[in-house]
Design a protein around this ligand. Structure first.
Ligand code: ADP
Ligand code: MG
Length: 255
């Protein structure tokens, strides 16, 4: 893979009052990759994401998105990124189709709601209200809204938290699909299994600092090289495998 940098973050810092939530972190995101920001609750993932999304002020450092300096031209950055909207923005009286039309208008784009809903497997819910959707469907809809302005980069903040195993897997497929069409994806998660299957590279953040940054495989190999060994698995499947195998993982089974 030839890696062209699409996001470049240097010495990014964020203070809330006296509290340093992000302590001078630097990293690059390559065009077309799925880049994971991993870390425990409170590590500074959302803060970092929201700064890149132009939604939160930084207190130090520089951020370049597709060559655009966040300090100079945040409006141009907004035009090329897709951001998950707060669910409070989903007017309760409107159905999914109408919501997409509303957001398209806000972005000044013309989008066919049914086609867009199709890409996230929600065409049959076009007339449903957001509150009538399952957890997984809500996440898929919210990912659809990030695609309205045909962005180069989308940001997903813990899109799978609280979802059941099928819904989580469906979302992984959707995210891989979006990336396969050329969109760069930045995702936060604290599920390591998810990062392992989904992310090309991950940055592990703890207390506002990046403590590791590499492809998951390389991080694992490095740990193994230190002599680390996991307790042997005695069975060839686990309870999640049982659950998935009993309940299926087809999109249609997700209610
Ligand atoms: P994460 O997304 O990794 O869970 P956050 O970026 O949300 O972490 O938060 C990082 C730290 O900054 C946490 O300690 C959090 O309590 C604090 N924090 C986040 N937002 C604010 C805010 N608006 N005011 C004060 N502290 C905040
Ligand atoms: Mg967060």
């Amino acid at each position: 893979m030839t890696s062209k940098t699409i996001i470049s973050v240097s010495n990014l810092a964020k203070k809330y009052g006296d509290f340093e939530a992000v302590k001078g972190i630097s990293f690059e995101v390559f065009e077309g990759e799925i880049f994971g920001l991993l870390g425990p609750n409170g590590a500074g993932k959302s803060t970092t994401l929201e700064i890149m999304e132009t939604l939160r002020e930084k207190t130090g450092g520089t951020v370049l998105v597709d060559g655009i300096d966040l300090d100079k031209d945040p409006d141009s950055i907004k035009k090329i990124i897709g951001v998950q909207l707060q669910t409070s923005g989903y007017y309760p009286g409107l159905n999914l189709s109408e919501l997409i039309e509303l957001f398209s208008g806000l972005y000044n784009r013309s989008v066919n709601p049914l086609e867009l809903l199709d890409t996230v497997n929600l065409r049959d819910k076009a007339k449903a209200k957001y509150k009538e959707l399952s957890g997984g469907q809500k996440q898929r809809f919210s990912i659809a809204t990030t695609l309205i302005n045909q962005p180069k980069i989308i940001f997903l903040d813990e899109p799978t938290t609280g979802l059941d195993p099928q819904a989580r897997r469906n979302l992984w497929e959707l995210i891989k699909d979006i990336r396969s069409k050329g969109t760069t994806v930045i995702i936060t998660t604290h599920y390591m299994d998810e990062a392992e299957v989904l992310c090309d590279r991950v940055a592990i953040i703890d207390s506002g600092k990046i403590i590791a940054l590499d492809p998951p495989d390389r991080l694992i190999d490095r740990l193994v090289a230190t002599g680390f060994e996991r307790p042997k698995e005695v069975k060839k499947a686990n309870l999640e495998d049982v659950f998935i195998s009993l309940t299926g993982h087809d999109l249609r089974t997700e209610h």
